[in-house]
Design a protein. Structure first.
Length: 301
């Protein structure tokens, strides 16, 4: 290779790298994210309040120290993903206001899965906002009864919650729209039958439009006498979800428990906000936990 060709190649490579760096999304407010880390140090309750922080563009974290609630804003109305616990509802409402949003302008509330730490505050927030609730059909029995499914690996060992009215039943892959907001509901059953992940695009941030994926919990967590070895149908459900999520380009990954994806640390600038391999990493960790749970519940020779 001639010196001239080498220099041209180097310049092209540098230009490509610079262009890639320019499009990498930066956290919208690392100072606010660091305030969350500071306020939540040493706290592990589902209901411990945390300050609000913008994640990117029109996407806000309005949850608690250990459980996410995500606010998507638009001039035509807003959407809230997850409702945390009943005890946390006042802090969620305060965070929504801190984001500059009147809670009464929330048009829809959607959820990840039907456990009290994610939907316990749903009834209170529905009354406070006047919002409608949308969910996949698989989650309806639990949401409308306030009780986890008898087939849930945590059934009998997890708190009930106040039942709610579900206003719209979504199909897998269906899009929920509010003005420019368009959220795609993605069935990812396993942790619960109604486990739902959500995908959307947020524009207006420092690196243009970015894909977001809110991936529901992939954790195989048996409580009491539940043994995954006795429930091959549940194991198969998890494995189908693992295959689906592993194939996704998550863009900016969000999770119902922020610690599952180091969300707050990424918001604080301690790691890249967007990781192309984030979904694969999340699945690999979940698969290891399921395999361990299977091994632990298998009969010993």
């Amino acid at each position: 290779m001639s010196a001239k060709t080498f220099v041209l190649a180097a310049l092209l490579l540098a230009g490509t790298s610079a262009a890639h760096a320019a499009t990498a999304p930066a956290p919208a407010d690392p100072v606010a994210a660091r305030a969350i880390l500071s306020a939540c140090e040493g706290k592990d309750s589902f209901s411990d309040p945390a300050p609000a922080a913008r994640i990117y563009g029109n996407v806000w974290y309005v949850g608690t120290c250990t459980v996410s609630a995500i606010l998507l804003t638009s001039p035509q109305g807003n959407v809230l993903i997850d409702a945390v616990t009943e005890q946390a509802a006042p802090s969620i409402l305060a965070n929504i206001r801190a984001a500059g949003v009147d809670p009464r302008t929330i048009r829809w509330i959607v959820t990840s899965h039907e456990h009290f730490d994610h939907v316990g505050g749903l009834a209170t927030l529905q009354r406070a906002t006047g919002a409608k609730i949308a969910a996949l059909s698989a989650g309806l029995p639990a949401l409308t009864s306030g009780k986890t499914s008898p087939a849930d690996p945590q059934a009998g060992h997890i708190d009930p919650f106040t039942p709610v009215r579900v206003d719209r039943v979504l199909r897998d892959g269906e899009v929920l729209r509010v003005g420019p907001l368009a959220l795609t509901a993605l069935a990812t059953p396993g942790h619960t039958e109604g486990s739902t992940s959500w995908r959307w695009t947020s524009c207006g941030g420092n690196a243009g439009c970015q894909r977001f994926t809110y991936v529901d919990s992939l954790t195989a967590l048996p409580l009491g006498s539940y043994r995954f070895a006795d429930h091959p149908d549940r194991v198969a459900m998890f494995r189908r979800t693992f295959t689906r999520v592993r194939a996704w380009d998550c863009g900016i990954l969000l999770t119902p428990h922020p610690s599952a994806s180091d969300l707050i640390e990424r918001m604080a600038g301690q790691a890249p906000l967007r990781d192309p391999g984030a979904c694969r990493t999340l699945v690999n960790e979940a698969q290891d936990r399921l395999n361990k749970a299977l091994k632990d519940s298998s009969p010993r020779p």
